[in-house]
Design a protein around this ligand. Structure first.
Ligand SMILES: Cc1cc2nc3c(=O)[nH]c(=O)nc-3n(C[C@H](O)[C@H](O)[C@H](O)COP(=O)(O)OP(=O)(O)OC[C@H]3O[C@@H](n4cnc5c(N)ncnc54)[C@H](O)[C@@H]3O)c2cc1C
Length: 468
C-alpha cells in the first residue's frame, strides 16, 4: 500500500467522500481513511439514507391503510412485515455503499480502513481493527470525522432500552410504544416512522415548538398534523431521567407547569442532537483548536490552525447536514487547488422528511423580526391547490417572505407534499436574487405542487392570488 499522498481525507461521510472525489478529479493523489468497515459515514449507514428508506416504506403502509379505500383500491387485509421493512432498509444502505466503493475505484482513491490519529501535522497513524499500525504522510489533510449522538444530564444511553437513532433504525421487533426525547428533525422523522405503523409515540420536547430552529409556522402546523395522526406531542417539558427496567424504559420529566410526570414505554429514543466527533484523532499532536462546543475551529476558508489541515462537515460549526458537508468537501478541494469557490451558508436548505414534508431556506419570520428587517408574507394553503386535491394531500402551506420595496426573496418555507424537492426552487431564486415578481411571472406547469409557491409570490407582491 502507498503511504505518501498529496491529500488524505479522514472520514468517509458525505463530507469526506465528496472531498476525496473532487480532489481526485483535480488531479491529486488521494487517500480516504475510514474506521468503519463500510464507507459512507453517518449519512449512508445510520442517517439520511436508512431513515428515508424506512420513511418511504412506512408512508406506503400508511397510505394503503388510510387512503386506498377512498381512491377505490381494495387490497384485502393489510399487514406489516416488520422484519422485511428493516431488511429492505438494509438493502438500500448496501446499494449506496457499493455505489461509493465503485466511485472510489473509478476515481483511483486509495481507501485505508482504520482509525486515523495525527502524529504531526504531516503524518497520521492508521490503526486497523486487528491492531496493525501504518504511518501515512500527506501534504494536506481534510478532517471529516463527523458527529455522534449527544445526550442530556440524567439520561445515559445504553443502546438497549435507552437508544439513539442508530438503534431505532434496526429494532428487533415492532415496539408497542416509544418515547422520543427531542422534537428536532431526527426526533420527528423517527416519530413518523413509528407512528405510521401503529406504535404509540410520545415526543417530549424542551422548547415550546417542534422543529424549533425552523420558521415557527412550520412547527405549529407539524404539531397540529402530528396530534391529528395520534402522536402525543409534549412541548415545554424537561426530561430529568431515563431508566432501563429490563423490558421497558421509564422517563421522569417536568411538565409545562413544572409538575413531575412519569412515562413508561418499550423504548426511549434520545434525539437531542449530535456532538462533533474528534475522539482518538490525536489533535494534541497538532495546533488544531476546538471551540466551546467541541467543534474544530476553522477560518472562512475552512482551514484549521494548521496551514495544511482543513476540516469540514459535522465536526465544524454550521448545520449538521449532509449537503452542507458535501459543499464544504468540494470547497476545500478547490481551495487547495487555488480556486475561489464560495458557499452561501444562509442558503443551505433544511428539510424534514415527515409527511407532509417540511423544507426551508433563508430567513425565518422570527429572524427578520429580531433583526428589524421589514418583510411581507405570502402564504398559500395546499388545500387550495388542484394538484393537492387530486392527490388527497391537502395539508400544509407554502410561505414566502419578501422585501417590501423590490420584492427580493428573503425566505421560503414549505410544509406540504414534496416540499423537500420544491425547496430547490427557493434556493435558486434566492441565490440569484430574483424578486417575487420574477417568480410569479414565469410559467408553472398545471396542476403541480409548485404552483403553491407561485401563488405565495403573487400574494406577497400584493398582486393577489389567482386561486384563493
Ligand atoms: C438519523 C439521522 C438522519 C439524518 N438525515 C439527514 C438527512 O435526511 N439529510 C441531511 O442532510 N442530513 C441528515 N443527517 C445528518 C447527516 O447524516 C450528517 O450531517 C452527515 O453525515 C455529516 O457528514 P460528515 O461527512 O461530516 O460526517 P459523517 O457522516 O458522520 O462521517 C464521518 C465518518 O468519519 C469516521 N471517522 C471518525 N473518526 C475517524 C478517525 N479517527 N479515523 C477514521 N475515520 C473516522 C466515522 O466513522 C464516520 O464514518 C441525519 C443524521 C442522522 C443521525
Amino acid at each position: 500500500m502507498e503511504t505518501t499522498f498529496e491529500i488524505v481525507v479522514i472520514g468517509s461521510g458525505p463530507g469526506g467522500y465528496v472531498a476525496a472525489i473532487r480532489a481526485s478529479q483535480l488531479g491529486y493523489k488521494v487517500a480516504l481513511v475510514e474506521n468503519y468497515s463500510t464507507l459512507g459515514g453517518t449519512c449512508t449507514n445510520v442517517g439520511c439514507i436508512p431513515t428515508k428508506a424506512l420513511l418511504d416504506s412506512t408512508e406506503h403502509y400508511h397510505t394503503a391503510k388510510t387512503k386506498f379505500e377512498t381512491h377505490g383500491i381494495k387490497v384485502g387485509e393489510l399487514s406489516l412485515d416488520f422484519e422485511q421493512l428493516i431488511n429492505r432498509k438494509g438493502d438500500v444502505v448496501k446499494q449506496n455503499i457499493s455505489g461509493l466503493n465503485y466511485l472510489m475505484n473509478k476515481n483511483k482513491i486509495e481507501v485505508i480502513t482504520g482509525t486515523a490519529s495525527f502524529l504531526s501535522n504531516t503524518q497520521i497513524k492508521v490503526t486497523a481493527t486487528d491492531g496493525t499500525e501504518t504511518n501515512v504522510s500527506s501534504t494536506y489533510f481534510i478532517i471529516a470525522t463527523g458527529s455522534k449522538p449527544a445526550t442530556i444530564p440524567g439520561v445515559v444511553i445504553d443502546k438497549a432500552r435507552i437508544i439513539t437513532s442508530t438503534e431505532a433504525l434496526s429494532l428487533p421487533e415492532k415496539p408497542k410504544s416509544i418515547a422520543i426525547i427531542g422534537g428536532g428533525v431526527i426526533g420527528v422523522e423517527m416519530a413518523s416512522i413509528y407512528a405510521r405503523i401503529g406504535v404509540e409515540v410520545t415526543i417530549i420536547e424542551y422548547a415550546d415548538s417542534l422543529i424549533p430552529t425552523m420558521d415557527r409556522d412550520l412547527g405549529k402546523e407539524l404539531k397540529k398534523l402530528f396530534t391529528k395522526s395520534g402522536i402525543k406531542v409534549l412541548l415545554s417539558h424537561k426530561v430529568q431521567s431515563a431508566v432501563n427496567n429490563g423490558g421497558s424504559a421509564t422517563l421522569k420529566f417536568l411538565d409545562a407547569a413544572d409538575q413531575q410526570q412519569e412515562l413508561t414505554t418499550d423504548y426511549c429514543l434520545v434525539a437531542v442532537g449530535r456532538r462533533p466527533y474528534t475522539d482518538g484523532l490525536g489533535l494534541d499532536n497538532t495546533n488544531i483548536q476546538l471551540d466551546s462546543k467541541g467543534r474544530i475551529t476553522t477560518d472562512e476558508t475552512l482551514k484549521t490552525s494548521e496551514e495544511n489541515i482543513y476540516a469540514i462537515g459535522d465536526v465544524i460549526a454550521g448545520p449538521m447536514l449532509a449537503h452542507k458537508a458535501e459543499e464544504e468537501g468540494v470547497f476545500v478541494a478547490e481551495r487547495i487547488n487555488g480556486q475561489k469557490p464560495h458557499i452561501n451558508y444562509k442558503l443551505i436548505p433544511g428539510v424534514v422528511y415527515t409527511w407532509p414534508e417540511v423544507a426551508s431556506v433563508g430567513y425565518t419570520e422570527e429572524e427578520l423580526k429580531k433583526q428589524n428587517i421589514e418583510y411581507k408574507v405570502g402564504k398559500f394553503p395546499f388545500s387550495a391547490s388542484a394538484r393537492a386535491r387530486a392527490a388527497m394531500e391537502k395539508e400544509g402551506f407554502a410561505k414566502v417572505l419578501t422585501e417590501p420595496k423590490y420584492g427580493e426573496i428573503l425566505g421560503v418555507h414549505v410544509i406540504g407534499p414534496r416540499a423537500a424537492d420544491l425547496i430547490a426552487q427557493g434556493v435558486i431564486a434566492m441565490e440569484y436574487e430574483v424578486t417575487d415578481e420574477d417568480m410569479f411571472r414565469i410559467s408553472y406547469a398545471h396542476p403541480t405542487y409548485s404552483e403553491a409557491l407561485k401563488e405565495a409570490y403573487l400574494i406577497s407582491s400584493g398582486q393577489g392570488s389567482l386561486n384563493i
